[in-house]
Ligand binder design. Structure first.
Ligand SMILES: NC(=O)c1ccc[n+]([C@@H]2O[C@H](COP(=O)([O-])OP(=O)(O)OC[C@H]3O[C@@H](n4cnc5c(N)ncnc54)[C@H](OP(=O)(O)O)[C@@H]3O)[C@@H](O)[C@H]2O)c1
Length: 193
């Protein structure tokens, strides 16, 4: 059974973006943690950046990505309709109506049902890209969190989970601290029955 992994960058005070969705100058875009992400998670780098940086690494962890409509729109506003052509892409939305790109599947039905269906495959894990609203909706199906915690406080913004979730224990399974001050924390989610 495939896992659903929420792989996301956040601040020390657990925000994934400012309230307006921006995150420029909040997250460090250069340094040891980025080099490691390119090497260990090359599939999480969007296509234009992969091309510009000559990243050709094959998928290591994921072969599918789930995005909320507002997360997908970050690229869409810049004309990027197919951000991760090397992954199967799903965008969750009730309002989009039609997918802007044949490579991106629009999901307007029950998101948990869709994830349970995708988990039946035997491929690599499913990347939950975000944002916070979709993460809260999919929380019951999240198996692992991989948090890239950046050394910054935003004070306010879009939280890791923008919605009600249950108190849930996490087991730290791996971690790395980079010389940039970024921490990569891996947690297994211990859902209670
Ligand atoms: N730091 C990071 O690594 C990272 C990663 C990803 C995103 N982000 C940031 O997060 C921001 C967006 O986060 P967000 O929480 O505002 O929005 P989001 O979760 O990306 O998208 C919310 C939208 O997704 C759809 N959706 C959510 N739950 C759904 C459900 N249960 N069923 C069907 N559709 C559902 C709805 O679209 P409709 O309104 O169309 O129905 C909803 O308005 C972006 O601006 C981006 O900057 C940061």
């Amino acid at each position: 059974m495939r896992k659903l992994i929420y792989f996301v960058a956040c601040t020390i005070d657990r925000f994934i973006a400012r309230e307006d969705g921006s995150f420029d100058y909040a997250f460090l875009m250069e340094g040891e943690h980025i080099t490691d992400q390119i090497e260990s998670f090359p599939e999480t780098i969007p296509a234009p950046m992969r091309e510009a940086a000559g990243i050709t690494g094959s998928n290591q962890w994921f072969d599918a990505v789930l995005m909320g409509r507002r997360t997908y729109e970050v690229g869409l506003k810049a004309g990027l309709t197919n951000p991760y052509p090397h992954l199967k892409q799903y965008v969750f939305s009730h309002s989009l109506g039609v997918s802007p790109d044949a490579a991106v599947e629009l999901v307007s039905g029950d998101p948990l049902e869709k994830v349970r269906e995708l988990k039946q495959g035997s491929e690599k894990a499913i990347w939950l890209c975000g944002g916070g609203e979709l993460a809260a909706a999919l929380f019951p199906e999240i198996d692992e969190l991989i948090l890239k915690v950046h050394p910054v406080l935003l004070g306010t913004g879009i939280p890791l989970f923008a919605g009600v979730i249950k108190q849930t224990a996490l087991e730290l399974t791996d971690h790395r601290i980079y010389n940039t001050g970024v921490m990569r924390l891996h947690y297994r989610v211990r859902h209670s029955p």
